[in-house]
Write a new protein. Structure first.
Length: 344
């Protein structure tokens, strides 16, 4: 059974599942899910908590022993097991599957770790645990989901929220929910009566948004130049190598060029998604980009990508991120300028 983090509290109020599988790349949601489970577990008599980390040298007998022993002062126990790689290995898979098949109602098992792929979700041990428990994927929030999270946290902190304040906080903390929580806590301390203006919020907040190269690519495909520039600024501050960003831009240019050529040959895009490994959640972005970027524009971009690649290899550019900004904006041609590509 799959439960999203924002639905976990409602699910817990209906009763604890046999086990929980918390995986994903978003640390704040993972921490909140763990804390909610701990709280509800304590209410159900799980007074003892054991935390284990399944590193390379981990002895899986420790997990078995922990599940079979209770202190004199507790009748039920919560066992939290971290899987740093998201995979337990052959021995661990056997132990976990055995525990799932011989479930003990007085032992609540919670597994947590990084984002996992379909290979893990389709494994026998995972399916066995998921069948008697709940899988909680914790992924970075964007757009309306992020704004919903911010609005909920403002409400819980006793702060009055407005659409403008929610958008401001979401913009300042996108990709960094830990910082968003801290900023909201700071606002609650500064304005205990719960009332604050946008001007007061802007003065108190610090821009702590964080992004990765893959998010930048998605924004470029969607045609949001303003957000792309902000992302580049944050990536530069975080010390991301320009060659990594250029690699991502070249890869997307190659994909778009291939798709545009195939389309010009009368091929249907629906038959090309699998070939280029473009999943359903990204297909709309590529369609938007293909509507903006014709074959001629993509052909002209090739020279500029190659020139920057050569210049980076020769360390001939003082400010590579300025050049990267120009390249990113080539993915978002602005008709109103009336300028040909060579002037951009």
């Amino acid at each position: 059974m799959q439960i999203y983090p924002n639905r976990l509290e409602d699910a817990l109020s209906k009763g604890l599942a046999g086990c929980y599988l918390i995986f994903g790349d978003e640390p704040q949601q993972k921490l909140e899910c763990l804390e909610q489970i701990r709280q509800f577990a304590r209410q159900q008599g799980f007074d003892e908590r054991t935390s284990l980390v399944a590193e390379n040298s981990f002895n899986w007998n420790q997990l078995l022993e922990a599940s079979q022993s209770l202190s004199l002062f507790a009748s039920r126990q919560l066992i939290e097991l971290e899987l740093p790689t998201g995979k337990p290995g052959v021995e661990g898979a056997k132990v976990l599957q055995g525990m799932a098949e011989q479930a003990n109602p007085d032992v609540l098992l919670v597994l947590h770790g990084p984002r996992i792929g379909k290979d893990v979700q389709n494994s026998k041990w995972f399916k066995t645990l998921d069948k008697r428990g709940a899988y909680i994927p914790c992924y970075p929030l964007e757009g309306k989901q992020l704004q919903g999270w911010v609005n909920d946290r403002l409400r819980r902190s006793g702060l009055s929220s407005s659409p403008d304040l929610v958008r401001l906080l979401s913009d300042y903390c996108e990709g960094n929910l830990l910082a968003a929580r801290q900023e909201i806590e700071k606002l609650a301390l500064l304005y205990p009566k719960g009332q604050l203006s946008i001007a007061q919020a802007e003065q108190a907040l610090v821009d702590q948004s964080r992004f990765n190269v893959f998010q930048l690519v998605d924004v470029l495909l969607a045609g949001d130049g303003q957000k792309a520039v902000k992302m580049l600024y944050r990536l530069e501050n975080e010390g991301v190598e320009p060659t990594i960003i250029l690699w991502a831009l070249v890869r997307e240019w190659q994909t778009l060029t291939a798709l545009q050529f195939a389309r010009s040959q009368g091929q249907n895009l629906s038959g090309l998604w699998a070939k280029y490994k473009i999943w359903s959640n990204k297909q709309g972005l590529y369609q938007q980009a293909l509507q903006r970027l014709d074959h001629q524009h993509l052909a002209q971009m090739q020279g500029k990508l190659a020139s920057l690649d050569q210049a980076l290899k020769q360390s001939a550019i003082a400010r590579p991120y300025v050049e990267l900004c120009h390249l990113c904006l080539l993915f978002i041609p602005i008709p109103l300028t009336g300028l040909p590509l060579e002037y951009l």
